[in-house]
Write a protein that binds this ligand. Structure first.
Ligand SMILES: [Zn+2]
Length: 417
């Protein structure tokens, strides 16, 4: 997408949103960085229900950004990630190099699970449908803690973030994100093959997990939590369409998910394996999820504000893999990623790890080595945010403003109406 097109889009976004931003005030920024080319059009996200409707979300690039000066997201992220004063400034990238088993960062993971347990099974990706919805909230202590856990979002992190422009002109970063969506009446899956492939290739990634998914997959959730290469983000409790539910529900969907993470983190900390690994190992597990993704990629100003009030930046995407489409081959996914990343230095890729991504695991070997060869490094979303300036827009969409309106009539609280 060219800057000119980006500007046009921006105007559309502003107009559609009714925001008091003048078109003559082109939210400055450097929009270009995030405008990948155009991959397949399938939305991708989640979790809905059946068949072809399984594709719900994602998208692609973005126009511009909010005009405010960059307020130091690095410091904020350090704070949110509980890195404390020992945090190193600048892009936090290490990886790609395999982390030796039994060594530092992976101590907790290796102390609590064997390689065979971590590898899981092909049946883990099975999705069970038609279940009775679990409406039980997380314990009150966890919800209360979540309410004040994170400071309100810094201004520079507001809006629907579609990519990041790294401050370092030499940096070439890619954030792979995998949604773990789970609707009210189902138990979604877990793509063990995909996670195993990420581990095998030493690739960092972010998993946007539904709160109910965390509850129905405690073991896998804790495995991801304990893995130094992975970050867990918040993807709402039951994959509700936060553009159409009431304000109170929006807040609950976000808060309950934060709380469920906390419940599991405490459970992990109390396990003998974690205690044997030591407090330092456990302290590497982020205290809270610090990034959020809207189900179906749908939001409005009220839900954006609700996430911001709880300290969570809304992470959209700049590259859609289209992986919920059975017809999207591994080669096609790889082409979408490679084409989307080309010429951009802070892309966010959306795919699925909840059993709804069909050829995702097999696509990794087709694009990961190539991107590494091109000098790209894989980072978590938090690391990407701390590396530069978020490119955000005021509306949530898949690839262009208004393209996910269809979900408003289909989904409310995370199940068909
Ligand atoms: Zn989703």
């Amino acid at each position: 997408m060219t800057p000119a097109r980006a500007h046009v889009l921006l105007v559309v976004v502003v107009a559609g949103f009714g925001a008091p931003v003048s078109a003559a005030q082109p939210l400055a920024l450097k929009a270009p960085a995030a405008l990948p080319q155009t991959p397949p059009a399938q939305p991708a996200d989640t979790g809905p229900a059946s068949g072809s409707a399984d594709r719900l979300l994602p998208p692609q690039d973005a126009p511009t950004q909010s005009a405010e000066a960059t307020p130091g997201p690095a410091q904020l992220l350090d704070l949110l990630l509980n890195r404390g004063s020992s945090a190193k400034p600048g892009p936090a990238v290490d990886h790609q190099e395999p982390i030796p088993d039994g060594n530092d960062p992976a101590t907790l993971r290796n102390a609590c699970w064997t390689p065979a347990q971590l590898a899981g099974s092909p049946t883990d990706r099975t999705i069970q449908r038609g279940l009775k919805p679990d409406r039980t909230p997380p314990p009150a202590w966890a919800i209360r803690a979540a309410e004040t856990a994170l400071p309100p979002l810094a201004h520079g992190l507001k809006g629907s973030i579609r990519s990041v422009e790294p401050a370092d002109p030499q940096a070439r970063l890619v954030a792979l994100t995998f949604d773990l969506c789970e609707q009210a009446g189902e138990r979604a899956g877990y793509d063990a093959e995909l996670v195993d492939a990420l581990r095998a290739q030493g690739v960092k990634a972010t998993f946007m997990a539904g709160g109910k998914w965390l509850r129905t997959h405690p073991e896998q959730a804790m495995q991801l939590m304990a893995d130094p290469r992975f970050e867990i983000g918040n993807h709402s409790w039951t994959h509700a369409n936060l553009r159409v539910v009431e304000d109170r529900e929006v807040r609950e969907q976000i808060l309950w998910t934060q709380a469920e993470y906390q419940v599991l983190r405490r459970e992990l900390a109390e396990r003998p394996c974690a205690q044997a690994a030591g407090a330092a190992a456990m302290s590497r597990v982020p205290a809270w999820p610090v990034v959020f993704r809207f189900p179906y990629g749908t939001c409005n100003q009220g839900s954006l504000d609700a996430a911001a009030a709880l300290g969570l930046p809304a992470i959209q995407w700049s590259i859609v893999t289209g992986d919920p489409d059975k017809g999207q081959s591994a080669a096609a996914i790889a082409r979408a990623v490679l084409a989307g990343v080309k010429g951009h230095r802070g892309a966010i890729v959306v795919a699925h790890a909840n059993g709804r991504g069909w050829n995702t695991a097999r696509a990794l070997p087709l694009f990961v080595p190539e991107l590494l060869k091109q000098g790209y490094r894989f980072v978590t979303v938090s690391e990407l945010l701390s590396a530069g300036r978020p490119v955000a827009v005021e509306e949530c969409y898949e690839e262009r403003p208004g393209d996910n309106r269809r979900y408003d009539a289909l989904f409310g609280r995370g199940s068909k109406r």
